[in-house]
Design a protein around this ligand. Structure first.
Ligand code: NDP
Length: 450
């Protein structure tokens, strides 16, 4: 027993995670041309303040499982920067969650939220709780215990969490129910709520649909191409991947791959969304291996059977690739394979799924590369629409939300493309995104004083 406790402690205390440094390093290098040209950034110590979170909150989550055993998890909320508006960012429930991972996600969120042009600051939170294999009642008990602590730190004008990996409408519903019970307040303190009680139409689809709206604009402006008839590779099989695939199909593209944490599906006829949703949609967690029970002509590649350092989703010829699973999932080897097979564009649906070496290679080989903080900002944009609807007690129709979402995604593309050009980094959408997002946040930080 002592060994088990020590092993768990070691996991939560010693986990070395470099993703935060990776994210900061990318952003700061992008900002060189702008920070050297304006002395106010040094006078107000903007960069030092920007890389330091406002606060890191950690709490104990105690709950009782279906066998009446007491379970303990770590809960976190990192409120990184609220210069532009209330803290806003998802909650992730996954065993890999640590302060390091959440710091990287919260930091990226500041820039993503700034790019939307909406009044929202950056935050992220979550727990090392693993929802896989848990009953609905266990998920509910965990969510209630999590909210018993979290409610102290959030509020409709303070900090508005949403979903992320392992947190969908079911978890948000349980979390919201508990918030309401404790505080007696029915306000928009969480986004991604079910439509029945305050959720926005299109929020479940927003991130994936937004990724494809962004991609369509990018391809039209940069390559004079459309998605019609193009083969696309997607990784992941969760919320972002499913809705990216759905919208790609609406645009006439053929999606040939998707994946989960155990393996990859290659379907040369195009991924069958109905089958995929039966396995993975709406909190379902069946393995993708069962896809081939329904579609025997498809191929399933187990993760262990694929050569080390590469991902099977990227090994098939495609016009565009959409990594939509998790951070650092597309490596240098994958980039070499994709380029060898003639890929023209890589658009990130997940947060930082492409390693820095792979990004460098795409950029040097002339492959269009769109970072997640720009391409996947549609989810947080519709979350902000949900906040607006809650504040005014209104309900917008589907077409209104969809129109506003596609406008925002087109606008983000234009803004980052123009900014990249303005700073002599034409077609470098990483630098364009970082500089455009930074300018808005930094201006607010200067005006608000120290
Ligand atoms: P989900 O939990 O719905 O799906 C995640 C998918 O990725 C699942 O298919 C999961 O496999 C797979 N996955 C998770 N971890 C790993 C891993 N370590 N290795 C391989 N596969 C993995 O999450 P979302 O779709 O919501 O999020 C996906 C990405 O998009 C994340 O980076 C998230 O931060 C980002 N994002 C999400 C937004 C949203 O609105 N949901 C908004 C903006 C960004 P399995 O099915 O086996 O668990």
């Amino acid at each position: 027993m002592v060994d088990k406790i020590l092993a768990n402690l070691e996991k939560s205390n010693c986990a070395i995670d470099n993703t935060f440094l990776q994210a900061v390093s990318e952003v700061l290098h992008s900002l060189e041309p702008i920070v050297n040209g304006d002395s106010r950034y040094e006078t107000y110590a903007i960069l030092e303040r920007l890389v330091t979170p406002d606060r890191i909150i950690q709490f104990k989550v105690q709950w009782v499982d279906d066998q009446n055993r007491v379970q303990i998890n770590n809960g976190y909320r990192i409120q990184f920067n609220n210069s532009l508006g209330p803290y806003k960012g998802g909650l992730r429930f996954h065993p890999s969650v640590s302060i390091g991972v959440l710091k990287f996600l919260a930091f990226e969120q500041i820039f993503k939220n700034s790019l939307t042009g909406l009044p929202i600051g950056g935050a992220k939170g979550g727990s090392d709780f693993d929802p896989k294999g848990k009953s609905d009642f266990e998920i509910m008990k965990f969510c209630r215990a999590f909210m018993r602590e979290l409610h102290l730190y959030i509020g409709a004008r303070i900090d508005v969490p949403a979903g992320d990996i392992g947190v969908g409408a079911r978890e948000i519903g349980f979390l919201y129910g508990e918030y309401k019970r404790i505080t007696r307040s029915y306000d928009g303190v969480l986004s991604g709520k079910p439509y029945a009680f305050g959720g926005s139409l299109l929020r479940p689809q927003a991130t994936g649909y937004g990724v494809v709206y962004f991609a369509a604009e990018l391809l039209k402006e940069e390559l004079h191409e459309s998605l019609e008839g193009k083969s696309c590779a997607v990784s992941g099989a969760g919320n972002v991947a499913i809705h990216t695939i759905e919208k790609l199909e609406h645009f006439g593209a053929k999606v040939i791959t998707c994946s989960d944490s155990e393996g990859t599906i290659y379907d040369s006829r195009g991924i069958d969304l109905k089958v995929l949703k039966e396995l993975k949609g709406d909190e379902r967690h069946a393995s993708l291996i069962h896809y081939i029970d329904a579609i025997p002509s498809a191929v399933y590649i187990k993760k262990e059977d694929y050569p080390q350092g590469g991902h099977a989703a990227w090994s098939y010829p495609c016009f565009a690739a959409f990594p939509c699973a998790t951070q650092n999932e597309l490596s240098l080897i994958d980039a070499q394979t994709l380029i060898g097979n003639g890929v023209r564009a890589v658009i990130e649906g997940a947060n930082m799924p492409t390693t820095p070496e792979a990004i460098d290679l795409f950029q040097s080989e002339g492959v269009l590369f769109a970072p997640g903080k720009a391409a996947n900002a549609g989810g947080v944009a519709v979350s902000e629409f949900e906040m607006s609807q809650n504040a005014s007690m209104e309900k917008w129709d589907f077409n209104k939300v969809d129109r506003k979402l596609s406008e925002i995604m087109r606008h983000i593309y234009k803004r980052i493309a123009l900014t990249a050009k303005e700073y002599g980094r034409e077609r470098n959408f990483v630098d364009g995104a970082n500089i455009a997002a930074f300018k808005r946040v930094a201006e607010a930080m200067i005006l608000e004083g120290v």
